[in-house]
Design a protein around this ligand. Structure first.
Ligand code: C5P
Length: 218
């Protein structure tokens, strides 16, 4: 039972979170949702009242808060200065602001360092995000790039959040654009990532496919 790091990257609505969590449970491994970390910092920024566009002020808030994130796939949690923020980080306000906060280089530096420490400590872990295979864990045992059509991704998110499909698709497109075009650690496919298109694939099938890939590699 040696080290095993699985990097799962991809856009929102690709099935990343559900698939990563289920895979971690199946492997008896830890699970890290790096998006929740960017969301938690964004929540702190909004609480502090500083402008999301003020990179320097945003970086200051990020470095002044203490972030705790759970890595048990059965009971994920995230806390900012001891306050549980699991609900609010999924809200519309945080979702609208998170891509701006995540494009601040100093914020990424801080969170990537924390993520690497968590991964080193866990040993066996499934990590999901946008830059895991490329930046956070370039030496991962398996790199997966999950994707799905824009329509399927919007469909899933609007079901989850009980929001309008068209509005959700527009919001996903906006975040994808910011996440893919930012200068620091943009969302890109690692060269050695296995691409899995989940448009017509159920969760169980995606998890099974990843387990096969792992069995073949590790
Ligand atoms: O995965 P989730 O949708 O919760 O991520 C929220 C946002 O956090 C993304 O849109 C992206 O801007 C940012 N993020 C990132 N790098 C990661 C994970 C998330 O920039 N590794």
């Amino acid at each position: 039972n040696g080290r095993c790091v699985v990097a799962v990257d991809g856009p929102s609505g690709s099935g990343k979170s559900t698939v990563s969590r289920r895979l971690a449970t199946a492997l008896g491994a830890r699970y890290l949702d790096t998006g929740a970390m960017y969301r938690a910092v964004t929540w702190a920024v909004l609480q502090s009242g500083v402008a999301v566009a003020d990179a320097e002020a945003v970086a200051k808030v990020a470095s002044s808060v203490s972030l705790e994130i759970g890595t048990d796939p059965a009971a994920p949690f995230v806390r900012v200065d001891g306050v549980a923020v699991d609900g609010p980080i999924r809200g519309a306000e945080v979702t609208a602001a998170v891509s701006a906060v995540a494009s601040v280089a100093a914020v990424r530096q801080l969170l990537v360092a924390q993520q690497r420490a968590i991964i080193a400590d866990a040993g066996r872990i499934v990590v999901e995000g946008r830059d895991i295979g490329t930046v956070v864990a370039p030496d991962a045992s398996l790199k997966v790039y999950l994707t799905a059509s824009a329509e399927a991704r919007a469909q899933r998110r609007s079901l989850e959040n009980a929001t309008d499909v068209a509005a959700t698709q527009a919001d996903l497109a906006r975040r994808d654009r910011i996440d893919s075009s930012r200068t620091v650690d943009p969302l890109t496919q690692a060269e050695d990532a296995v691409v899995l298109d989940t448009t017509a694939m159920g969760i169980d099938e995606a998890v099974a496919r990843l387990r096969e890939l792992l069995d073949a590699r590790v």
